[in-house]
Design a protein around this ligand. Structure first.
Ligand code: DX5
Ligand code: ZN
Length: 226
């Protein structure tokens, strides 16, 4: 399924050999690398920054890099990640004082722009910002950690955003982040997602190709159900 994008989150990778992990998950069939950036202010955890993204690019990683900013404020990080080869840059609207301006900044710097919604966040802001967006990310766990359980009520939110995108004239990707695994990926797709972030389900397995293959098989089933 070309339209479905599998994006392993490197938050669950072995950081002692990150370059090798990224290369092996890409050769196992991943489409995009999901890159979680945490600042210990917006979320209670600290992860990786622009230098690590730059190192991956310098090591020859050419796949799209999907930067998920869990930082506050966002603008300086947007500039730095655009500079080191990010493809998508998404941030949480409550982390920017001027959301529209931050989205414009991402576009001006040549990256694809996204907003991320926490499980408890309202979607109202989308009424005013759809024209600026290339991607919408719905969190299906609270941000900060890998390995949490998928919140099933987010399936309804996915359906809502799918309808919103379909009724717009824009080609916006719908990404779902958190707790996605073999057991629920078909439901997430059937609800309307295009892009699936999976950290522990992929990096926690022994055989990345096998999990990705099984995820694609589950996604094909979801299409048949539609
Ligand atoms: C959580 C991150 C997710 C997380 C996904 O704050 O945004 O990308 O790493 O990991 P799993 O798939 O293990 O929930
Ligand atoms: Zn993420």
């Amino acid at each position: 399924m070309d339209r479905y994008i599998i994006a392993p989150s490197i938050l669950a990778a072995d950081f002692s050999c990150l370059g090798a992990e990224v290369k092996s998950v890409l050769s196992a069939g991943a489409d995009v690398i999901h890159f979680d950036v945490m600042d210990n202010h917006y979320v209670p955890n600290l992860s990786i920054g622009p230098m690590v993204c730059e190192a991956l690019r310098k090591a020859g990683v050419t796949a799209p890099i999907d930067v998920h900013l869990m930082v506050r404020p966002v603008d300086e990080m947007i500039r730095m990640f655009a500079d080191v080869g990010a493809t998508y840059i998404s941030f949480h609207p409550e982390a920017s004082d001027h959301v529209d301006r931050s989205l414009q900044l991402i576009n001006e710097l040549g990256c694809k722009a996204g907003l991320v919604f926490n499980p408890g966040s309202s979607l109202e802001i989308l009424d005013w910002l759809l024209d600026r967006l290339d991607i919408i990310v719905l969190m299906s766990v609270n941000p900060g950690f890998s390995g949490q359980r998928f919140l099933t009520h987010i399936l309804n939110k996915i359906r809502l955003v799918r309808d919103l995108i379909n009724s717009s004239d824009r080609d916006i990707l719908l990404e779902v982040d958190g707790g996605i695994c073999l057991e629920n990926i078909a439901d997430v797709a059937a609800a309307g997602a295009d892009m699936f972030v999976a950290g522990s389900a992929i990096f926690g397995s022994q055989d990345y190709s096998e999990v990705i293959l099984q995820m694609r098989a589950a996604l094909e089933q979801a299409v048949r159900l539609k």
